[in-house]
Design a protein around this ligand. Structure first.
Ligand SMILES: Nc1nc2c(ncn2[C@@H]2O[C@H](COP(=O)(O)OP(=O)(O)OP(=O)(O)O)[C@@H](O)[C@H]2O)c(=O)[nH]1
Ligand SMILES: C=C(OP(=O)(O)O)C(=O)O
Length: 215
């Protein structure tokens, strides 16, 4: 393991399109608000992590760009309709020579100390990733120069990242970094872990959410 200061690259879809798998449980306006709250809590926790130097959000969403800039992130405008891996590669291209970690924007329970532990372990490798809580996807992909990020997010990205030669991290006790929220069931687990202030406030303002989550 080595000391290393990381720049996090956080991709965020336009809020109107984000978190589509929550659409059955949450009305559209609330779903957009929740997606923004998840991103705010992700960025707030990331900026508080000792191993993190700065956070760059790749997004074309104007409201999210304003809110996340106010928290201290830098925003790089996304390419239009190019998809997640293109957005990450575009963000990485704007940050040459840095140790980079792509981190999903839907980690509302993220804890700074857990993120730092994962990044410290990643610093021992050229390119490494952390599988999501389901063991199918990826929540974090890290690369130190001269290794390129080479993101392969999407369906079954754990397998894709392994196949691409990235080292799978097995850091224990970092559930908050692995718990991305795609479904109502994920949100229930994240709420039980303890979410950040934006998500807690937003969930408190949605009167139907408790019923939707227990359905
Ligand atoms: N900038 C950018 N970010 C993206 C894009 N597609 C996905 N993301 C982000 O990548 C992360 C994981 O994305 P997904 O789980 O595929 O999308 P999601 O909006 O979180 O959820 P679903 O709509 O339910 O798939 C989230 O932070 C997304 O906002 C894209 O085309 N551009
Ligand atoms: C895009 C990914 O995440 P999700 O499970 O949120 O779609 C992924 O795991 O590669």
């Amino acid at each position: 393991m080595r000391d290393c200061e990381w720049t996090l690259v956080v991709p965020l879809k336009p809020l109107r399109a984000a978190k589509s798998r929550l659409a059955a449980a949450v009305p559209d306006a609330d779903r957009r608000a929740l997606a923004l709250a998840f991103a705010e809590d992700t960025v707030t926790a990331a900026l508080a992590a000792a191993a993190v130097r700065d956070v760059v959000v790749v997004t074309n969403d104007p409201l999210a760009a304003r809110r996340l800039t106010a928290l201290g992130a830098r925003v790089v405008p996304d390419l239009p309709d190019a998809g997640l891996n293109a957005a990450l590669a575009h963000g990485a291209a704007a940050l040459p020579g840095r140790a980079l970690a792509a981190l999903n924007a839907d980690l509302p329970a993220l804890r700074p100390a857990e993120l730092s532990r994962v990044l410290t372990e990643a610093a021992g490798h050229g390119r490494a990733f952390l599988p999501d809580a389901a063991g199918i996807g990826t929540t974090l992909l890290a690369a130190r120069p001269p290794a390129a990020l080479a993101p392969a997010f999407g369906e079954a990205s754990r397998r894709a990242h392994l196949a691409s030669g990235a080292v799978e991290l097995s850091t224990t006790g970092v559930e908050s970094v692995r718990r991305d929220v795609d479904t109502a069931a994920d949100l229930r687990v994240a709420l039980a872990l303890g979410v950040g202030r934006a998500t807690a406030a937003r969930c408190g303002e949605l009167p139907g959410l408790a019923d939707a989550l227990s359905a």
